[in-house]
Design a binder for this molecule. Structure first.
Ligand code: HPA
Length: 266
């Protein structure tokens, strides 16, 4: 039996049999939502092969249960490429979601904005991305399934539903392109200028490898950035992980309202 099928069995034994309708991956400082899910929390340490170390600001546990009347599976922590040099670090958690029968995924992250009209505290819905980190989580995959089309990586129906939820909540949700940098160092001002020329609206260190893996597994995706700062060189504010964690809750409250509305409406 494959590892993910075994893990799905273990998770069903603890959290119940029903398939989650939505998977959620929560970014830095955005973990509050998982505390409000009524269900079963399983620490990653109980799930062999799930990432352990993690980054401060993340809660490394899987919570399965009800949120606004929908069954959800919330991944409270993610492993980033920069932690291990492995772009496929989230492959097993995503395979496990797929094995649980979850076919929709909403990803969240903290990001730097490249647009003056999307300031810190604001949100951005990804309508596309640029994989700028120079690697791909499917390198080494042997099957022809590795040739994943990415044209519809950011699912049109899911995005429309998220935009409608934001509008219903009266929350501004501009759309834009997210550019994946490897991190863990932040970008230089020249890299930020380059990303702007390339067509990016925000920069961050996550999400893109997870979307590639999720599409490989047939999971539909949408992603929302919580803007914690302007890109390097665009403002006088110093950029740091502490600043990211301090700023994330500003946007997180709005993000939570959108996601709750989305689940209620779905
Ligand atoms: N760059 C990369 N990742 C980030 C940033 C940033 O400016 N802010 C939050 N995550």
């Amino acid at each position: 039996m494959s590892k993910s099928v075994e893990l799905a069995r273990l998770i069903r034994d603890r959290a119940g049999q029903a398939a989650p309708e939505y998977g959620l991956i929560l970014g830095s400082g955005l973990g509050h939502l998982s505390e409000t899910v009524q269900g079963t929390a399983i620490p990653y340490s109980d799930l062999p092969g799930f990432p352990h170390a993690g980054v401060s600001g993340h809660v490394p546990q899987l919570v399965i249960g009800q949120l606004e009347g929908r069954r959800v599976a919330v991944l409270g922590g993610r492993s980033h490429y920069y932690e291990s040099g492995r772009a496929d670090a989230m492959r097993l958690p995503l395979e496990t979601l797929a094995a649980l029968g979850c076919d929709r995924l909403i990803l969240t992250n903290a990001a730097g904005s490249l647009r003056a009209d999307i300031p810190p505290g604001g949100l951005m819905l990804l309508n596309d991305h640029i994989a700028f980190a120079g690697t791909n989580p499917l390198i080494g995959e042997q099957t022809d399934a590795r040739f994943v089309p990415m044209t519809d990586a950011h699912d049109a129906d899911l995005r429309a539903a998220i935009l409608a939820a934001a509008q219903a909540e009266g929350i501004e949700l501009p759309e834009g392109v997210y550019c994946w940098f490897s991190g863990p160092s932040f970008e230089t001002p020249a890299e930020i200028r380059a990303a702007r020329i390339l067509g990016a609206d925000a920069v961050g260190m996550s999400t893109v490898p997870e979307i590639i893996l999720a599409r490989f597994l047939g999971i539909r995706c949408a992603a929302i950035s919580v803007i914690t700062n302007m890109g390097a060189g665009m403002s006088d504010e110093a950029i740091s992980h502490d600043h990211t964690k301090a700023m994330a809750p500003l946007g997180a409250a709005k993000l939570e309202r959108i996601l709750r509305r989305l689940l209620r409406a779905a």
